[in-house]
Design a protein around this ligand. Structure first.
Ligand SMILES: NC(=O)c1ccc[n+]([C@@H]2O[C@H](COP(=O)([O-])OP(=O)(O)OC[C@H]3O[C@@H](n4cnc5c(N)ncnc54)[C@H](O)[C@@H]3O)[C@@H](O)[C@H]2O)c1
Length: 318
């Protein structure tokens, strides 16, 4: 298949592009290297892809580029590009969220109208649910985002469904639950925790540590994207979780075991926009696309720890 991966220099997009190439597909990757985190980290994500003859890279902003000419020969679109991060979505920086999450999604969908694409997979987020005591979260749960980021990701989902209903763009929305693993974004908790442990510094923990998340290992997310693309399902929205609920305190205990160090913690107040608990019901994913998360948290944490141990230098350069 000929695939388009947006956000190809990012954490998830780069893993996805690599897997698609490994499976024998051709990939065009688009990324504009937003400055949310350093370009050098994203360049490193692309290592091993850029010199592959089946990978073509375009450095462009989705909103500003002439997309039509690139879409015309594409079979599968994987729309991973976004301005991620909950905490920075307040205030003036919100402009980046509307640009990268709403305008970019609309531009891409417009370009896909009336083309022969076979699947459009949209990377949505569990943050569209907001705070709910009614766990596990099913796709029927009422979306009530509590962060501006969640609002823009929900808008993206709705845009996808509009273009499916009105123009038959074959979309499928995947709601990812906290993704982790090698190359995880540097602003995300595990990446920050592990780097602090490696440098023998205290971990900064927001809240009491009893907040829980359904953490999903990167290879499970990539598998979900492939299953979604191969399936005949369109016009659906599906949870993609890792299959268990773990508190931040438990994660820190696991990291203590993995590192063999005594982990010190510096506590700060809870952050606005952070939800208290998430847990995905993945029944629909199992039924519609045959998704089954495989990687247990302890194993996945070890992989991220080992990767960061070898690559910490990347994050210390400025
Ligand atoms: N990482 C998670 O835990 C998580 C959870 C839920 C949903 N998601 C979603 O998954 C996707 C990938 O997230 P990630 O963690 O890999 O983030 P990331 O920041 O590592 O990757 C996103 C990439 O998109 C690029 N980009 C942003 N706006 C662009 C534009 N207008 N044009 C071209 N490129 C643009 C950025 O430069 C970046 O390299 C996002 O859509 C995010 O909302 C991630």
């Amino acid at each position: 298949m000929r695939c388009l991966v947006t956000g190809a220099a990012g954490f998830i997009g780069s893993h996805l592009a690599q897997k698609l190439i490994a499976e024998g597909h051709d990939v065009t990757g688009i990324d504009c290297f937003t400055d949310y985190y350093p370009r050098s980290i994203k360049e490193h994500n692309l290592k091993g892809l850029k010199d592959n003859p089946r990978f073509q890279f375009i450095e462009q902003d989705l909103v500003r580029m002439d997309m039509e000419k690139h879409i015309s020969r594409i079979d599968w679109v994987f729309h991973q590009a976004a301005q991620a991060g909950v905490r920075t979505s307040w205030g003036n920086y919100f402009e980046h969220y509307t640009h990268d999450n709403i305008l970019a999604t609309q531009s891409l969908l417009e370009a896909c109208k009336g083309t022969g694409i076979k699947k459009f997979v949209y990377a949505s987020s569990s943050s569209i649910y907001g705070d709910s005591d009614d766990l596990p979260l099913t796709e029927e749960s009422m979306p009530k985002p509590i962060s501006p980021y969640g609002v823009t990701k929900l808008a993206g989902e709705h845009l996808c469904l509009l273009y499916w209903k009105n123009f038959q763009v074959p979309v499928i929305n995947l709601r990812y639950f906290t993704v982790y693993g090698p190359r995880q974004r540097p602003d995300m908790a595990f990446n920050l925790f592990i780097r602090s442990i490696l440098k023998d510094e205290a971990i900064v923990l927001y809240g009491d540590g009893e907040q829980t998340r359904d953490f999903t290992f990167i290879s499970d997310i990539i598998e979900a994207n492939l299953l979604a693309a191969q399936s005949t399902v369109t016009g659906e929205t599906i949870n993609i979780g890792g299959g268990s609920q773990t508190s931040m305190n438990e994660v820190i205990r696991s990291l203590g075991e993995i590192s063999g160090k005594t982990v010190r913690i510096k506590k700060h107040g809870a952050q606005k926009g952070d939800v208290r608990h998430t847990l995905a019901d993945v029944t629909r994913a199992r039924r519609l696309i045959g998704y089954n998360p495989r990687i247990q948290l302890h194993h996945g944490l070890r992989e991220e720890y080992e990767w960061l141990s070898k690559n910490i230098g990347l994050y210390e350069k400025r």
